[in-house]
Design a protein around this ligand. Structure first.
Ligand SMILES: [Zn+2]
Length: 324
């Protein structure tokens, strides 16, 4: 059986429609809140709903919200956004990265770091399985993806334990997997651990691969069958769009178009249109980036519209599927 687990229940993969594969529609990261970094506070359902309406007006239907508990997940707020806009939202079980773990864990009164250190791999697995099958954060809302993450060229002992526990939770539930890479580092090292744990790489999506626009690394990763999320669109401070698009063409030329996903990783008020800062907004990819990609793909000899359909409609149907 194959299905997508959304905050409004399980559904057939074909119902997803145009999907952003890594965004943050609502998040109040405990650590950034404690440090008073306001730009990271995506904390208004009304403002997020206004941006989601830009996404739906441009043809969007579904969003994978990549926010784990350590990045300030709020399943109830996400469900309200889904209910008010009609989009499907897939929420996230598991954990992000150790950078966030000095933050205080909601409901526990200790830091994530201390809590994780006090748990065995099996206990962490049980925690993630419960998020996927019982509910997240005291609600009955279920995670639809299990996530883990690593640092900038670092995998701490705690991250290694969490990663293996999340892989165990995947084995128990059949959930899809998603991983954070810091600036696209350690893509191949994550895949080595996935292989060591006998997990099928085709069940994993690696995020932020475009922060490290290294054609050789991308091809090595793609040869394992893993999904690769291009979610740095509009982040010119890292790389211009032309670099990202050339990375995508490189993968397509080598026959890996069925492993590419597209998202915005919108997680700052300055990136939203309706958080008072006048950013590009949640519609930007569909409004502006997709037409540009189609034009450049045509110039390069590809059918850009067909590729976009593959990346944004077809590939999410398998990348985000539970298989049981
Ligand atoms: Zn993200």
């Amino acid at each position: 059986m194959t299905f997508i687990r959304t905050l409004n229940g399980d559904m057939a993969p074909e119902e997803l429609g145009v999907t952003y594969a890594h965004d943050h529609l609502y998040c109040v990261p405990p650590l950034w809140k404690e440090k008073g970094i306001d730009d990271f506070m995506i904390d208004s359902v009304d403002n997020s709903v206004a941006d989601v309406k830009l996404f739906t007006a441009a043809g969007g239907r579904s969003v994978y919200d990549a926010t784990c508990i350590d990045y300030g997940r709020d399943p109830t707020a996400l469900k309200e956004i889904a209910d008010r806009t009609g989009i499907n939202i897939i929420a996230t079980a598991g954990f992000n990265k150790a950078i966030m773990w000095p933050g205080t864990m909601p409901g526990k009164g200790v830091t994530f770091g201390d809590w994780i250190a006090s748990k065995s791999r099996a206990e962490l697995k049980d925690h993630v399985v419960a998020e996927l099958t019982t509910g997240m954060d005291g609600t009955d809302l279920l995670g639809g993806v299990a996530k883990f993450g690593t640092g900038y060229n670092t995998i701490s002992e705690a991250e290694d334990k969490v990663m293996r526990a999340v892989l165990d939770a995947h084995k128990e539930t059949g959930s899809p997997l998603h991983s954070h890479t810091e600036l696209g580092t350690l893509i191949l090292e994550q895949l080595a651990i996935v292989k060591q744990e006998n997990v099928d790489p085709t069940r994993l999506t690696i995020a932020h691969v475009d922060r490290n626009p290294d054609h050789w690394v991308h091809l090595k990763a793609a040869e394992t069958g893993v999904f690769m999320c291009f979610d740095g669109i509009s982040r010119i401070k890292y790389h211009p769009e032309s670099i990202l698009i050339e990375c995508i063409f490189n993968l397509v030329r080598h026959g890996h178009e069925k492993q590419i996903l597209i998202g915005g990783d919108i997680a700052r008020r300055t990136m939203y249109r309706n958080y008072g800062e006048g950013g590009l907004g949640l519609g930007y990819i569909l409004e502006s980036w997709v037409p540009r990609f189609i034009e450049q793909a045509g110039d390069a000899g590809f059918d850009g519209e067909a590729l976009i359909h593959t990346f944004m409609v077809e590939n999410p149907q398998s990348a985000f599927a539970f298989t049981q």
